[in-house]
Design a protein around this ligand. Structure first.
Ligand code: C5P
Length: 222
């Protein structure tokens, strides 16, 4: 079977999370959702009443928070200081603020250290995020960069959230664009494919097609 690390990066709305979980299950590997860690840090910031754009205050809050995530593909354990925030991290308030929090260098250093420690405890692991192949695991066994056309990504997100009107879908598309722009243009660890990443475009593939492709790539490294 597969041993090593699969780094799965890409913008939001590509189906990355569900692909990463399914690939981990198929490979019998652990799974780490690094976005959930940045979202949990954002919960701590919001609960402290701190402005997400105030980098210094954000850094202090996150340094003091205990952030825990599970590494099983079939559960979603996310806690801040012992409190379950698995549902809250998916809410609109957190989604709006997370890019600002994750642009703070000391927040990234802290979470990257924690990510590397979690990864080193597993023989086989699928890690999803924005900077896994470029920064967190530059020697990952396999690096995949998942993309999709912006319209396909907005449609997919809309279906997930049960939004149907053209107005709602347009707002969603604008929000995805704003977050990608923020994530791609930040100074520390911007979103971009690693030079040795395999780019998989999911615009015309269903989830199973993408999962099959990534599993096949992973098994070809064995
Ligand atoms: O993947 P998800 O949408 O949950 O990620 C939420 C946000 O966390 C991203 O928009 C990005 O700002 C940040 N993030 C990051 N680096 C990662 C994972 C997520 O900066 N490795």
């Amino acid at each position: 079977g597969f041993t090593g690390q699969v780094a799965l990066d890409g913008p939001s709305g590509t189906g990355k999370s569900s692909v990463a979980r399914a690939v981990a299950s198929r490979l019998g590997a652990a799974y780490l959702d690094t976005g959930a860690m940045y979202r949990a840090a954002t919960v701590a910031v919001l609960d402290a009443g701190v402005d997400p754009e105030d980098a210094e205050a954000v850094a202090a809050v996150v340094a003091a928070a205990r952030i825990e995530v599970g590494t099983a593909a079939d559960t979603e354990l996310v806690e801040v200081d012992g409190v379950d925030v698995a549902v809250r991290i998916r809410g609109a308030e957190v989604t709006r603020a997370v890019s600002a929090v994750s642009a703070v260098p000391s927040v990234r250093r802290r979470l990257v250290d924690q990510q590397r420690a979690l990864v080193s405890a597993a023989d086989a692991v699928v890690v999803e995020g924005r900077d896994i192949g470029t920064v967190v695991l530059p020697d990952a066994t396999l690096k995949v960069y998942l993309t999709a056309a912006p319209e396909a990504r907005a449609q997919r997100r809309a279906a997930q959230l049960g939004l149907t009107t053209p107005q709602e879908i347009a707002e969603l598309a604008a929000d995805l664009r704003r977050r990608d722009e923020y994530d791609s243009s930040r100074a520390d660890s911007p979103l971009r494919p690693a030079e040795d990443a395999v780019v998989v475009d999911s615009t015309h593939l269903d989830r199973e097609g993408v999962v099959d492709r990534v599993v096949e790539l992973a098994l070809s490294t064995v």
